[in-house]
Write a protein that binds this ligand. Structure first.
Ligand SMILES: [Zn+2]
Length: 404
């Protein structure tokens, strides 16, 4: 299997990719504009292919042309950091108030490594590869902007497959690849609910229209309402993250408004719309019974469910097991409720998102600080395997298309 050769080759470059990753780790940037990060990546992929940049965000698309004509494969690495103050004590820890707490620094290094493997062997590449370096994954809609800009259509034809890797410090055993067909990650969005009543004196609530009571009823009944309306085998998560009402200097005033905000997670296409319908009806009923008004604001931005294509996922399983052995694959029994804008990519292009265990050696992986924690530590010695898998998948897909 060709990927095995790539894995051996990539292993030789461990210290180089680790060095790049640690440099990126020290310059974390937030959101869609990541000038230093972009500059550092560009320096590492010079001469490997055609570069496409955007003004709207600090994306990079590297177009590697194979020696033989054929279809296109898309590989994606995200680039942005989180607004988290790092507390890992690592010698290369970030000091600028942001942190690569989700391991996107490893993803960039994986992408750079894959690009080198592909460019080195482009004589054997039966088609084109687009390597996407994508900013703004953490809730900024970076993938959607790149799709709107047509960054997946650079070769003139839509890619036939798309792959991306996400490292995790705590969700699966170190060095294992993992995933599943179908829904892998949730659609995430949010909602803000405001009850508007009529303020009054706390001694005489019957003379006012108390919005706090309506809010209280709404929050406590929401889970029951969901349970009675939605099929348990197509689950949803609504979790209230904040509530706001009244003034903490006084207890004898009935305020005019009370509001709360919740995150909303769903796992199948269409479920978010269905859920919004149930929630709207339910809240209107509560408001009516308390004689108050309710305003419901659903977040404009909802990520797509990361829906792994069965054939694309099966290829990943086959390659991982064939190259690294059965015990290096972890089949996920169910989706996770986290979200990823790679969902937008696999809505357009059949593909698969793959997890890669990167908990540090010598610690129990279940007990390590998870992604997004200020103490999350990732083992960057997994980078070469990640690079080999992404590059290997591109070769495999294009080989299969050529012989089909
Ligand atoms: Zn992430």
């Amino acid at each position: 299997m060709y990927t095995r050769e790539l894995a051996d080759e990539a292993a030789n470059y461990l210290s180089i990719v680790q060095g790049i990753r640690r440099e990126l780790h020290q310059i974390p940037e937030f959101g869609l504009h990541l000038p230093k990060t972009r500059e550092r990546i560009l320096a590492s992929i010079e001469g490997l292919g055609e570069i496409h940049l955007s003004d709207k965000l600090s994306s990079i698309v590297l177009h590697i042309k194979g020696a033989q004509p054929g279809p296109t494969v898309l590989l994606r690495a995200d680039m942005d950091a989180l607004a988290v103050r790092e507390d890992t004590g690592l010698e290369y820890a970030s000091t600028n108030g942001y942190m690569h707490a989700c391991g996107h620094d490893l993803h960039m290094a994986i992408g750079i490594g894959a690009a080198h493997l592909l460019a080195t062997h482009k004589d054997r590449l039966k088609g084109d590869v687009l390597v996407w370096f994508q900013p703004g994954e953490e809730g900024h809609g970076g993938a959607d902007i790149m799709l709107e800009e047509g960054m997946h259509m650079i070769t003139g034809s839509k890619p036939i497959a798309a792959y991306g890797i996400h490292v995790t410090s705590a969700w699966q055993p170190p060095r294992t690849f993992g995933g599943k067909s179908g829904a892998l990650m949730a659609s995430a969005s949010d909602m803000i609910v405001t009850f508007k009543g009529r303020g009054g004196h706390g001694s005489s609530p019957w003379m006012a229209k108390d919005p706090i009571s309506a809010m209280n009823e709404a929050i406590s009944g929401l889970q029951t309402k969901i349970n009675k309306s939605i099929n348990v085998f197509d689950p949803v998560v609504i979790n209230v993250g904040w509530i706001k009402a009244g003034d903490d200097h006084t207890t004898n005033v009935i305020p005019e408004t009370a509001s709360f905000g919740a995150t909303v997670r769903t796992f199948s296409p269409g479920m978010l719309e269905e859920l919004r319908g149930h929630v709207t009806t339910y809240l209107a009923g509560i408001a009516q019974s308390f004689g108050v008004e309710v305003e419901l604001e659903f977040g404009k931005y909802a990520t797509e469910v990361v829906m792994n294509d069965p054939a694309a996922t099966e290829l990943v399983r086959k390659v991982v097991k064939g190259v690294w052995g059965e015990d290096r694959w972890m089949e996920w029994p169910h989706p996770i409720a986290g979200a990823e804008d790679f969902g937008s990519v696999v809505r357009e292009i059949p593909g698969a998102f793959i997890f890669l265990g990167a908990s540090p050696e010598g610690v129990a992986w279940q007990e390590t600080a998870p992604n997004h924690s200020n103490r999350a530590v990732f083992d960057d010695s997994v980078i070469p395997d990640g690079s080999a898998l992404l590059a290997g998948l591109a070769f495999e897909v294009l080989d299969a298309a050529a012989s089909a």
